[in-house]
Write a protein that binds this ligand. Structure first.
Ligand SMILES: [Zn+2]
Length: 312
């Protein structure tokens, strides 16, 4: 039986959770931390292996389980991989509780809410027509095809099991999650219009040419110096459905199919594609590895992954 203090993470680990009917100790600004069960008897011996991760919207849960066995996260059914874990990305807008089931045992877990900013930006030009040339349209369509292929390529790997490190030595400039709602009125029809966008990545204010390193081991599924919107782009598949996206790169130093280790140099930051200034856009998509339907995939918060324990 662990001491209660063992439930609490170091300051660097935002929430080390222990999955076993734990009580929730939450402060308004911190994700909840789960305490161990009052009695081990409540949990069958094979279920005492602890799940861990970041119990917050946009976070991630990693649950040890026999390879090939079923682990259910709410409605999502995952098969534990060769690593002996199932890893589930928590949607940014998920409910405040999730049931995790292993071996017939169901445990409800509280999920801390995000407090992402919603900013309404007036003056949106409703009459703006996207007058791109045929060449630009063809470039964008070709980029779309390449991205679809990169997202569809699911590899095995350790996922987030060994933790993540920052991919560039630069300060954050824009967090994951805020929504911008652009509103305006059409000059021709007089009708209001709006456009919404959610920032799906974590931006680092890196000058052009800053080295980009792999935040975790992975296999490159896309490496292209010139996608239409994204510019120089790399997709890095970490396994368990987790895939890092790096955009606006000035140099791409890997090729599709390359296997890289955490810390390996993969690129240089830049200001390519439809970028508003030099920075690295790092996004992490969670794709359900047990379905071929890529439509249900979504981005999680890369900054939260940095709070996972980093193992050698
Ligand atoms: Zn960004």
């Amino acid at each position: 039986m662990r001491a209660a203090a063992g439930c609490f993470s170091t300051p660097l680990i935002a929430a080390l959770l222990l999955l076993a009917g734990c009580s929730v100790a939450a402060t308004p600004s911190e994700p909840p931390v789960l305490a161990p069960p009052e009695t081990e008897a409540a949990i069958p011996p094979e279920e005492t292996a602890t799940c861990f991760g970041i119990l917050k919207q946009g976070g991630l849960i990693i649950c040890p389980a026999e390879p090939g066995s079923l682990v259910e996260f709410g409605e999502t059914k995952l098969i534990a991989g060769e690593t002996g874990t199932a890893q589930y990305g928590l949607p940014r807008t998920m409910p405040a509780e999730i049931d995790v089931r292993r071996g017939g045992v169901s445990i409800p877990l509280a999920i801390a809410p995000r407090e992402d900013e919603l900013r309404v930006v007036p003056g949106f030009d409703c009459d703006k027509i996207d007058a791109r040339t045929p060449a630009q349209k063809a470039h964008a369509a070709d980029s779309w095809t390449k991205k679809e292929a990169g997202f569809a390529s699911l590899n095995t790997g350790r996922g987030a099991l060994d933790g993540f490190i920052l991919p560039a030595d630069a300060p954050p400039s824009s967090p994951f999650g805020p929504t911008r709602k652009y509103v305006g009125v059409s000059k021709t029809s007089g009708k209001p219009c709006e456009s919404m966008s959610v920032h799906q990545g974590f931006d680092l204010a890196a000058p052009v040419g800053t080295p980009v390193i792999a935040p975790a081991d992975g296999i490159v599924t896309l490496a292209d110096p010139d996608l239409y919107y994204e510019g120089g782009t790399i997709f890095l598949d970490h396994g368990h459905g987790l895939l890092s996206v790096f955009m606006h790169l000035s140099a791409v130093d890997v090729a599709a199919g390359d296997e890289v280790k955490r810390g390996d140099l993969i690129a240089k930051t830049g200001n390519t594609g439809r970028s508003t200034g030099p920075h690295l856009h790092w996004a992490v998509k969670w794709r359900n590895p047990d379905t071929e339907n890529r439509g249900g995939d979504y981005y999680i918060d890369p900054a939260l992954l940095l709070d996972l324990p980093v193992k050698d």
